[in-house]
Design a protein. Structure first.
Length: 256
């Protein structure tokens, strides 16, 4: 069985990013539980504001969710930059490389559902349609428990699972999008959302040398989803997408 992976790319230098309105100003994700399914986290990293707990799936030491790769830490940092007051949990599925089996990912999603997560960040995906049915069942189970999944809609132009499935907040990559906003378009298939592929900047490191790609577009969008969830009693997929669309319209980020 092919592995499900996180996709990291190094593009050509992007066009100059222009200043734009901040999405959900004043919101910080307070009261929202966010799970980051990735390579774990370095809780002591200066960009990490706090970690409430976590688990290692597919490892003999399930309580050891320390990041050995760095990807999960960068992903969580990008989310926390936008929603620093959310409650964060690291769900480690990548151990020595950015690849995991569908069984491990399924167990990770179920852990998130069992532990009452409001939002799951999945900065990973697969183009293999053979996994679509299983992901559909997992997304439906998450929705029943009020858990929203945010994942890549496509990777390098190819539809990705689970991000392209109904009921997922699917995210596309826009190198020109400012990191504190996102773009939104309504399509017959649902809401199309795009965000910047750049993570939180690292001092003295040029952004073209830093990690970047669709993984961080998903992470940036998860931060906005956490902001959108703040104060909402109904945190269903439909309601949150409606709030995201309304905010994009408010600050003029709806695309034609």
């Amino acid at each position: 069985m092919d592995g499900i992976r996180a996709d990291v790319t190094v593009p050509d230098a992007p066009a100059k990013v222009h200043a734009s309105s901040i999405a959900f100003p004043g919101s910080s994700g307070q009261g929202v539980r966010v799970a980051v399914i990735d390579s774990g986290v370095h809780a002591s990293h200066p960009h990490i504001v706090g970690v409430a707990g976590g688990v290692a799936i597919g490892s003999q030491k399930e309580d050891s969710f320390v990041d050995l790769i760095g990807h999960g830490t960068a992903v969580m940092a990008a989310i926390q930059e936008k929603a620093p007051q959310a409650e964060y949990f690291a769900v480690r599925v990548f151990h020595t490389e950015l690849r995991a089996s569908i069984d491990v990912i399924a167990r990770a999603i179920q852990w998130c559902v069992d532990h009452r997560m409001d939002v799951i960040n999945l900065s990973l995906g697969t183009a293999n349609p053979a996994h679509a049915a299983r992901f559909t069942s997992l997304i439906a189970r998450a929705a029943e428990h009020g858990t929203i999944v945010v994942s890549a809609h496509n990777m390098n132009g190819i539809a990705a699972f689970p991000g392209s499935l109904m009921g997922v907040v699917g995210v596309g990559l826009d190198w020109n999008c400012p990191r504190y906003s996102y773009s939104c378009r309504r399509t017959p298939e649902g809401l199309e959302l795009c965000a910047s592929g750049y993570p939180r900047p690292v001092p003295d490191v040029p952004k073209e040398r830093n990690l970047q790609g669709i993984s961080f577009a998903v992470a940036n969008m998860t931060g906005f989803v956490a902001r959108a969830c703040e104060g909402l009693e109904n945190r269903s997929h439909g309601k949150v997408c409606s709030v995201l669309a309304a905010e994009a319209e408010r600050i003029g980020l709806n695309l034609k």
